[in-house]
Design a protein around this ligand. Structure first.
Ligand code: BGC
Length: 360
């Protein structure tokens, strides 16, 4: 698996790699290099709370991709604040970025940022989340409907064919991905007759603490008669597991997740989480770097197809990657692929579980 991903990334960055020079990181989320073209690429990550992925996986992967391509870049984090994202965008544009990639906090604010950028001749890219009504030249992400399908199928595999009451803990209502995850999961689970949906709620801003409160309410409303939880990412899954734990049910009720975080993988090893979805940050960041460099050079990036913007009807040229379902049987693949470090996952508390899962 490692080799496969590496090959894809290397092929994807072929142009950039053939021009390679080392950029220099100034230690402040930015770097410079002169061979990736004349442009500068700005990336605004959404927050540090909705998932650890943005700072722990995406930022280093983006830095590595831009450094390898020898292109100037700046990466900043809006910390969940729409005003802050808008200010960062303004200052990046003033600072001369030629391409601006955002992970929007909601479509309206993302579209406004993109419109302002375009008015000043700055091309934009949607990174991970599609901005509905936006004007991005490219959308770089994973196939998010498939992510939801993998979660639905993963939960079904853990539950088996028995009668089962299921609670859905969905992602933020302002995140188009959350809509796609839920649609994908429903498309699998709604078709299984022995399953009954006994609760469903979206978690504003993917807030993990609020997720625990919401899950407790849904659990109480269902009189605790819950057999499975479709949680949209590892943070929400962890929130559900904490409530199940408090009710003496952790490990008995399968819970899904996403992002293959350290917490998610450890929960899988401990048997309290049924599965997660691995989305290689190296691949996603590499695809973003490739698209951004194409824009800098006035060239067209290679796309995998288009994605319909459900608000404007526009078909957005897209680079969509394949997500991978992870269960206790293939946690090691995430580590082999560089998605997490062995020593971070297999800490003393999880050493036995890691050995049992054949991870060393
Ligand atoms: C991303 C997920 C992430 C979630 C919360 C989604 O848009 O695709 O990977 O867990 O946002 O940050």
């Amino acid at each position: 698996m490692k080799r496969k991903y590496g090959a894809v990334v290397a092929a994807g960055l072929g142009l950039a790699l053939s021009l390679t020079a080392c950029g220099e990181d100034d230690g402040n989320g930015s770097g410079s290099g002169s061979d990736g073209g004349e442009g500068k690429i700005g990336v605004i990550l959404p927050d540090t709370e909705s998932s650890v992925r943005w700072e722990s996986a995406d930022r280093p992967a983006l830095e590595a991709a831009f450094e390898a391509a020898g292109v100037d870049y700046s990466i900043q984090n809006a910390e969940g604040d729409v005003e802050k994202m808008t200010q960062i965008a303004d200052s990046m544009i003033a600072d001369g970025v030629t391409v601006l990639a955002i992970v929007n906090l909601d479509s309206a604010s993302g579209a406004a940022i993109q419109e302002k950028a375009n008015a000043q001749g700055v091309a934009t890219i949607d990174y991970d989340r599609l901005t509905l009504g936006g004007s991005a030249e490219y959308y770089v992400s994973f196939d998010n409907t498939v992510v939801g399908e993998l979660q639905g199928q993963g939960l079904a595999d853990c539950l088996g064919e028995k009668d089962a009451n299921i609670i859905f803990l969905n992602g933020s209502p302002t995140d188009n991905n959350a809509t796609l995850f839920a649609e994908g999961a429903h498309s699998v689970l709604d078709g299984i007759e022995s399953y009954t949906q006994v609760g469903e709620q979206a978690v504003p801003e993917w807030d993990n603490e609020e997720a625990a409160v919401i899950f407790q309410q849904l659990y109480t409303q269902a009189d605790g008669d819950v057999d499975g939880v479709l949680a949209a990412n590892d943070g929400l899954g962890g929130a559900a597991i904490s409530i199940l734990e408090a009710n003496g049910r952790a490990g008995e009720v399968p819970v899904t997740g996403q992002d293959a975080t350290v917490e998610g993988l450890q929960n899988i090893l401990a048997g309290t989480q049924c599965m997660t979805v691995y989305k290689s940050a190296t691949l996603e960041a590499g695809a973003l770097a490739e698209a951004a460099i194409a824009l800098v050079n006035g060239e067209e990036a290679e796309t995998t197809g288009t994605t319909p913007d459900s608000e404007s009807g526009r078909e957005v040229p897209s680079i969509l990657l394949d997500p991978v379902a992870i269960t206790v049987d293939n946690v090691g693949d995430v580590i082999d692929d560089g998605g997490q470090k062995l020593e971070d996952v297999c800490t003393a508390d999880y050493a036995d579980a890691c050995a049992e899962a054949g991870i060393s």
